[in-house]
Design a protein around this ligand. Structure first.
Ligand SMILES: Cc1cc2nc3c(=O)[nH]c(=O)nc-3n(C[C@H](O)[C@H](O)[C@H](O)COP(=O)(O)OP(=O)(O)OC[C@H]3O[C@@H](n4cnc5c(N)ncnc54)[C@H](O)[C@@H]3O)c2cc1C
Length: 452
């Protein structure tokens, strides 16, 4: 039986970054990646296959080449058993490998709503992170006229926006009053929902799906709880993702109440020499320290880098105690991003916040070509002024502005420190130095804290 220093089960972003980090910093260590599909997809790019990438899944391929280039080994097979005492992994084809350290990076799978009758009819699909599945869906979808997408989170919404650019009639059904309500504050969720409504997507909020019906075992209608029926040649169910943790459970690893693999701050499970990382592993709220369900590629890769460095013993201290959930998207040309706390998630957790926002053109003077308005909203502790969250929306720079805010949260920067925050500005690239929206939003909070 072949023995490896590290075996990684999985082939998504968490597996790849763990593999690259281990091979880069511990060159002499042997690392095997066991992944069940030969070709992978850039998960975040999946919605764009349906329009911007020309209905071609090939253009969104992702593989472990950077890991292989560093000397990592890959086999395409499914891990089907782990013997934690013997320290071995069995794969479907019958082979067995032994490990010194084992990493579960088995990711997540779409939630199947067993409570919606008809969820198993033909032409009912999911947004799976599988090349083969999405490739097949891509070729089938162009044959449909009426497509109903259930779930107005960022995945359902992005897929709806992209599909609506073709001739299909796309209806998006969301049970909450607003789309994006898990990712954004109520204010930004309302802005995002409006942006979606300005596309060709027919958006139905506060609407519940009762069942899917059809003849010949094929979906034809989505029946709503108010009795109305929507015609559907295809339905895409996008109501969330759940950790793929069955193998971990069968291997004797502890799961939390969400089914995520229980890990500590360094990705170590309750079983010696076994770690878990990415969507399959538990994440902790950065303020509360309690278990949260945050499944993002940005989080998965940050956790994977931490694990890769520390897998043979802690050498680089993890600087944040929990997951911020830094997230960005673009709908109908409007970029929107969020990090950390907002009014809603803070009030759900009993956290006190003070907030302020500031908008300014992202060029100066504002009449320059390519200008968009950029709004930054900051959330801070009313006691010490430390930044606890932020949102940015407007032009594409919102995608990087949120990353600055994320760093500010992680380093506990206060609104008082932001008064002397030094930035570079240029007419063609940024807001004016007078109106940097991060600084001005921070100043608004300082004003509220000190003069009201
Ligand atoms: C449509 C879509 C858009 C998204 N957009 C964004 C975005 O813009 N930004 C962002 O941060 N996040 C985004 N996400 C979330 C992001 O994709 C996930 O957080 C990320 O994929 C997690 O990576 P992972 O490696 O942990 O898991 P996964 O990507 O789920 O990978 C797990 C891998 O493990 C393999 N595997 C599982 N079990 C076994 C086994 N027994 N043997 C061998 N292999 C196995 C699977 O085949 C899979 O390849 C998006 C997700 C989707 C679906």
């Amino acid at each position: 039986m072949k023995k490896y220093d590290v075996i990684i089960i999985g082939g998504g972003p968490a597996a790849i970054v763990t593999g690259i980090t281990v091979k880069k910093f511990f060159k002499e260590k042997s690392v095997l990646m066991i992944k069940e599909e030969a070709d992978g997809l850039v998960p975040c790019g999946i919605p764009y296959i349906f329009n911007l990438l020309g209905n071609d899944a090939e253009k969104n391929k992702m593989g472990p080449k950077p890991f292989v280039d560093l000397g990592g080994e890959v086999i395409v097979d499914s891990a089907v058993g782990v013997d934690k005492s013997a320290k071995t992994v069995a794969v479907k084809s019958g082979e067995e490998f032994s490990y010194d350290k084992l990493v579960f990076a088995t990711g997540s799978q779409p939630v199947v709503p067993v409570f919606i009758p008809g969820n198993d009819l033909r032409n009912v699909f999911y947004i799976k992170k599988s090349f083969t599945y999405i490739d097949e869906l891509t070729s089938k979808i162009s044959g449909f006229k009426n497509v109903v997408i259930v779930g107005g989170g960022f995945i359902g919404a992005e897929v709806a926006e992209q599909m609506a650019a073709s001739n299909m009639n796309i209806t998006l059904i969301e049970s909450e009053p607003l789309c994006f309500s898990k990712a954004f504050s109520p204010e930004l969720s309302a802005i995002a929902t409006e942006a979606l409504k300005k596309t060709n997507v027919k958006v139905m909020t506060s609407t519940l799906v009762k069942e899917l019906t059809g003849e010949n075992n094929t979906v034809q209608h989505v029946v709503l709880s108010d009795g109305n029926k929507i015609e559907a040649d295809a339905v895409i169910l996008s109501i969330g993702y759940r950790a793929n943790s069955q193998l971990a459970k069968e291997s004797g690893l502890e799961l939390n109440r969400f089914g995520d693999i229980h890990v500590d701050n360094y990705g170590r499970t309750t079983v010696k020499d076994i770690s878990a990382v990415g969507d399959c592993a538990q994440s902790f709220g950065f303020l509360t320290g309690r278990s949260d369900v945050i499944k993002l590629a940005s989080t998965a890769t940050a956790e994977a880098r931490t694990l890769g460095h520390n897998i043979f013993g802690i050498r680089i201290k993890k600087c944040t105690a929990g997951t911020l959930g830094v997230f960005s998207t673009e709908i109908n040309g409007l970029a929107m991003a969020a990090a950390g706390a907002n009014e809603k998630n803070a009030s759900d957790s009993g956290i006190d916040l003070i907030s302020a926002k500031f908008s300014s053109p992202d060029r100066h003077p504002g009449g320059l070509p390519g200008m968009s308005n950029l709004t930054v909203k900051l959330y801070a502790s009313p006691v010490d002024g430390s930044i606890l969250g932020g949102e940015a929306w407007g032009g594409k720079s919102a995608g990087e502005i949120i990353n600055i805010i994320s760093l500010a949260i992680q380093k506990s920067v206060t609104v008082f420190e932001l008064i002397s925050y030094q930035v570079g500005t240029h007419p063609l690239l940024t807001s004016s130095p007078v109106n940097n929206p991060i600084i001005r939003a921070a100043e608004e909070i300082v004003f509220k804290m000190t003069y009201s």
